[in-house]
Design a protein around this ligand. Structure first.
Ligand code: NAD
Length: 503
């Protein structure tokens, strides 16, 4: 109880953590010598910390720390490791509020969303705490005296590189299965939201994770590049953009051969058929576009609506979007918080303005907003555009912001072609009352996640990942565990005298 109180104080008072953002071998450390990056609060634009990136030598030392700690952790039973993960889940729930506030300040998302994210991290740790029992593998009888069994073993040290849009949630997506399987982790968060992966280290330590099994090194792309190219790590797990993902795959093969999991970007669609319930479809379109200021990898920016209902749909969508409060993410009534950075806000705004210049019609939003008392914050209204042509930039590139394109269609085949008309494939949604049509479309859509009459649901039970350029490997579920373990086949003969084929 005593240490829990200390952990609570530590999480509530985040300032020390901000000044010792690296975590190596079970200790918070302030490193020196590397290029400095500045940590800003999106809600206010104010500087909250300056941090030196880990240097090549410091990253190498963190990897060696993880290598030293990993064998003892791997020796423990699945149940013993699960106990630590279950305790971590419990501590995350106990400290949900300070963690949510930290996420909200670090990332700019509304506090109600940050609470949902933190709660889902606890679920992820809980799921992987109990997963060992489901790994029973077959015994292969070859003949009366030969059989084979398989062992599922950890890979070793996993280097994780994270994105900024769901900092703690995506950290738990990689860390929980990696640790459950007996690996050690060196985690590099995005420099735009470096705090909560570091706070998780304190929780894991309090839960009983041995020192050195989970380490956090901070820095920008260069730090990530040094981590992933190191031949001393055995697997890389990356969540980020397609461009960086391509560089990472090359780096993973440059000095050694590593296992790689990539969760990348997308250009998703939501198909709303003529029989859909319009209010549900409006709710679905908003869920598919407006969480986390639209900075969601699976967001369905292309909302393809059957022409017979497009006017009713658009009118209700605009009214409901206009009613969303843009404001301080810490305010309970805020529905749209701050975009991650000034540069990212300018990028999203440029896509909106560019679309209008190319002939699109702005139905709502897209203006920068100044929030009283937080004048330096990065606020932008969600935007709804129509009169979209498929050759427009806004229809082709990932925007990663609250920009929703209403695109009418006449025939379902046309909608299918537009939804599949991308080389990415993380998610597609369908709204219809006709389940037969929904299942047929689900089979023909090219994406790793299909949502029917819902959107953007995730669960620790369910594999999540992409087709095509959206990446490979899966997060969540037993599928993720496959990517943090390697399979060993053990061939056994019960013959007392092995026949010699050479005699
Ligand atoms: P990003 O690719 O710019 O950066 C991601 C991470 O990679 C950061 O930590 C960054 O410092 C690091 N990095 C940059 N260059 C690197 C290099 N050469 N080697 C190693 N690491 C390097 O992406 P971002 O802007 O942080 O995140 C937004 C992108 O992430 C979007 O495209 C979004 O769709 C994607 N994303 C995908 C998922 C998913 O589950 N599929 C989830 C969240 C975000």
């Amino acid at each position: 109880l005593q240490t829990n109180v200390q952990l609570g104080r530590s999480l509530a008072n985040r300032v020390p953590a901000l000044h010792r953002l690296h975590w190596i071998g079970g200790s918070a450390v302030k490193l020196e010598g590397g290029a400095e990056f500045v940590v800003l609060q999106p809600r206010s634009g104010s500087v909250v910390a300056r941090c030196a990136s880990a240097t090549r030598a410091q990253i190498a030392a963190a990897i060696e720390t993880a290598r030293d700690a990993q064998p003892e952790w791997a020796e423990r039973t699945w149940l013993a490791r699960g106990e630590v993960l279950r305790k971590a889940a419990q501590l995350i729930r106990e400290h949900l509020e300070p963690l949510a506030v930290a996420e909200c300040e670090d990332n700019g998302k509304p506090i109600y969303e940050a609470r949902m994210d933190v709660a889902s991290c606890a679920e992820t740790f809980d799921f992987y705490a109990g997963v060992g029992a489901s790994l029973a593998r077959p015994h292969y009888p070859l003949d009366s005296s030969h059989f084979v069994y398989t062992r599922r073993e950890p890979i070793g040290v996993v280097g994780c590189v994270g994105a900024w849009n769901y900092p703690l949630q995506t950290c738990s997506w990689t860390t929980a299965p990696a640790l459950a399987a007996g690996n050690a982790v060196v985690y590099k968060p995005s420099p735009l939201s470096p705090l909560t992966a570091r706070l998780l280290a304190e929780i894991l330590q309090e839960a009983g994770l041995p020192n050195g099994v989970y380490n956090v090194v901070q820095g920008e792309g260069e730090t990530g590049a040094v981590l992933v190219e190191s031949p001393r790590i055995n697997k890389v797990s990356f969540i980020g953009s397609i461009m960086t993902g391509k560089t990472i795959v090359q780096a993973c093969a440059a000095r050694s051969i590593k296992h790689v999991t990539l969760e990348l970007g997308d250009k998703s669609s939501l198909i709303i058929l003529e029989d859909a319930d319009v209010d549900s479809a409006v709710a679905g379109a908003m869920i598919a576009n407006f969480f986390s200021q639209g900075q969601v990898c699976s967001n369905a920016i292309k909302v393809l609506v059957h022409r017979s209902i497009v006017d009713a749909f658009t009118a209700r969508l605009v009214a409901k979007t206009a009613a969303m409060k843009v404001g301080d993410p810490l305010d309970e009534s805020t529905k749209v918080g701050a975009v991650i950075s000034k540069e990212h806000r300018a990028k999203v705004k440029a896509y909106i303005d560019g679309a209008v210049a190319e002939g699109a019609r702005l139905l709502y939003g897209g203006r920068e907003v100044t929030v009283a008392g937080l004048e330096g914050g990065f606020y932008l209204e969600p935007a709804i555009l129509t009169d979209i042509r498929e050759d427009m930039t806004v229809c082709k590139e990932e925007i990663f912001g609250s920009v929703l394109l209403v695109i009418p269609f006449d025939e379902v085949e046309e909608a299918l072609r537009m939804a599949n008309g991308t080389d990415m494939g993380l998610a597609v949604g369908v709204f219809t009352k006709n389940m037969s049509k929904a299942h047929k479309l689900a089979a023909r859509l090219h994406a790793g996640n299909i949502y029917v009459n819902t959107y953007n649901d995730v669960s620790p039970f369910v594999p999540f990942g992409g087709y095509g350029q959206s990446g490979f490997g899966r997060e969540n579920g037993l599928a993720a565990l496959e990517h943090y373990t390697q399979l060993k086949s053990v061939f056994i003969s019960t013959d007392e005298n092995l026949q010699n084929p050479f005699q």
